[in-house]
Ligand binder design. Structure first.
Ligand code: XMP
Length: 517
């Protein structure tokens, strides 16, 4: 763990999907926030330097169960302010002598709290503020030194404080947008209670990341898989800024790219940014490996493995390589495996996380792994990436392979490339591209009967999907205007002979994911 230069608020992660969101909200206040596993020792926290306070995240466990996660008890004796959120409040209460119970009536969703005592945590917050509750357990009795500062009808200890020790706790989630004044509460904690200096921004992130990369890499060489998407582009530029020509980028044409992708990447990075760039044409190898495969995880793992094999091959041409760099973001990690061994469920193997072999012969360098997409975009702007690339919709590592539902073949990919290009073109023409988080087309292994001209056709079906999202963890389907849908459908059926039917996907995430596979 490297030392931080800025004031820092540590988030101890008890396994909530929201942990990174808390860190992000703190960063939005201009204060650096670092996530550590729930069992980080007081010494490990101290070793970061400049830690001004600690937030205990929520988590899916119940403190009433044996073996549920507990922080190092020394953390309570560090003299630092602590803010427990949901499970964080419960574990703090339990460890300091209070009681936690599993009530019959559980409170989920929106609630209005009743603030019953003045507290620095609630400075400027309205008395009946709306919050988001999401946990089954609740505190039944509070530890000595604590007092109740807010309640709801079914939860007496909705918020508590021990002002002497500067310990605070809330049963709800101030970090989510449904808690309307949650950010004010976090601000009160971070700025007024912890007295953290708000001097952290993307410029300082760059400086610290550059130093950290130099320190880690030394005089070794790094290979970076560049896909042309925002994440790997920003990772490559950041690493290039740190170590210049010790970085070699490899652009793999796996045959599952979008229209014009290869040309664009080669000209931007090779010529404009002057980065050492190798082009690997591996289309045939990928298509051969995917032949006959239809299971989504099987496809993802096959693609991930072949990426690594291709990098190995390319690496032989680049001299001695010690690191493989990737533009992995935090949501990729959360959804692929539980961070820090916590209890979050695996949803998909993102190729740049889950598909790597356990005996990978290089160390991984993932300088963006604690950032959210919008933070990466801000970083890209600072590093001089053109707006068009920075604002590009996310595109999955396995590319059109996971949008060609069922078996992946060259013919189906060619059709999908055209469909994707038409869909994006129409969205851009309608001036909607920037409003949409991500727009994607999928080709389904389902045929339907159509009539074109005077002829009966029997062709595949494609679906279009556009979503809005903050960070890809949740998403809502985008209400695409009917006339745009109509233009897409008619152009696709006219211009792409492989399909005769177009559907629009109206599922949010959850229950669906953004990609179909
Ligand atoms: P899902 O489909 O899980 O996707 O809701 C969430 C976001 O992640 C993108 N995605 C990936 N990104 N490698 C990536 O770099 C991958 O393997 C991968 N799979 C999905 C997806 O496009 C969406 O933005």
């Amino acid at each position: 763990m490297s030392k931080v230069i800025h004031d820092c608020v540590v988030v101890l992660d008890f396994g909530a999907q929201y942990s990174q969101l808390i860190a992000r909200r703190v960063r939005e206040l201009g204060v650096y926030s670092q996530i550590l596993p729930f069992n980080a020792t007081a010494d490990e926290i101290r070793a970061l330097g400049n830690v001004k306070g600690i937030i205990f995240s929520g988590g899916p466990a119940s403190v009433t169960q044996e073996g549920s996660p507990r922080p190092d008890s020394e953390v309570f004796r560090m003299g630092l302010p602590i803010f427990g959120i949901c499970y964080g409040l419960q574990v703090m209460s339990k460890m300091l002598g209070g009681e936690v119970e599993c009530p019959e009536h559980k409170e989920y969703g929106i609630a209005n709290i009743d603030i019953i005592a003045a507290s620095p945590l609630f400075e400027g917050v309205s008395r009946n503020s709306q919050v988001w509750m999401s946990h089954g357990d609740r505190v039944a009795s509070i530890p000595e030194g604590f007092r109740q500062i807010a309640r709801t009808e079914s939860c007496p200890y909705t918020a508590v404080e021990d002002r002497k020790r500067n310990f605070y706790g809330v049963q709800f989630h101030p970090e989510v947008v449904h808690s309307l004044e949650g950010q004010k509460m976090l601000r009160n904690f971070v700025i007024d209670i912890c007295h953290a200096n708000a001097d952290w921004n993307m410029g300082s992130f760059i400086n610290e990341a550059v130093d950290a990369i130099r320190e880690e890499v030394g005089d070794k060489n790094v290979l970076c898989g560049l896909s042309g998407g925002v994440d790997s582009s920003v990772a490559a530029l950041l690493i290039h800024k740190a170590i210049g020509d010790q970085l070699v980028c490899v652009f793999v044409n796996n045959g599952m790219l979008r229209k014009g992708e290869a040309e664009n990447v080669l000209s931007l990075f090779g010529q404009h940014f002057n980065i050492r760039l190798q082009y690997a044409d591996a289309e045939d190898a990928f298509l051969a490996a995917l032949k006959g495969k239809t299971d989504p995880e099987d496809k993802r793992k096959t693609i991930g493995k072949l990426f690594v094999d291709t990098f190995y091959n390319e690496a032989r041409k680049c001299g001695d390589i010690s690191y493989l760099a990737q533009g992995t973001l935090y949501p990729d990690i959360v959804e692929s495996r539980s961070p820090f061994g916590g209890p979050t469920a695996t949803i998909k193997s993102h190729h740049n996380v889950g598909g790597l072999p356990s005996d990978l012969k290089w160390k991984l360098l993932e300088p963006l792994k604690e950032l959210f997409k919008d933070e990466v975009r801000a970083l890209g702007k600072e590093l001089g990436l053109p707006d068009e690339l920075v604002n590009r919709h996310p595109f999955p590592g396995p590319g059109l392979g996971v949008r060609c539902i069922g078996e992946v073949t060259k013919e189906r990919l060619d059709a999908l490339r055209e469909i994707d290009a038409i869909f994006i073109d129409e969205i851009r023409k309608a001036g909607l591209y920037g409003e949409i988080w991500q727009a994607l087309a999928d080709l389904l292994p389902v045929k339907s009967v159509g009539v074109q001209g005077d002829e009966r056709t029997y062709r595949e079906v494609c679906t279009l999907r556009a979503v809005t999202s903050q960070d890809a963890m949740t998403a809502d389907w985008y209400r695409l205007p009917y006339d745009v849908m109509q233009k897409c459908a008619s152009r696709i059926c006219n211009e792409v002979s492989a399909v005769n039917r177009v559907l629009y996907d109206i599922t949010s995430k959850p229950p669906a994911t953004i990609e179909w596979e």
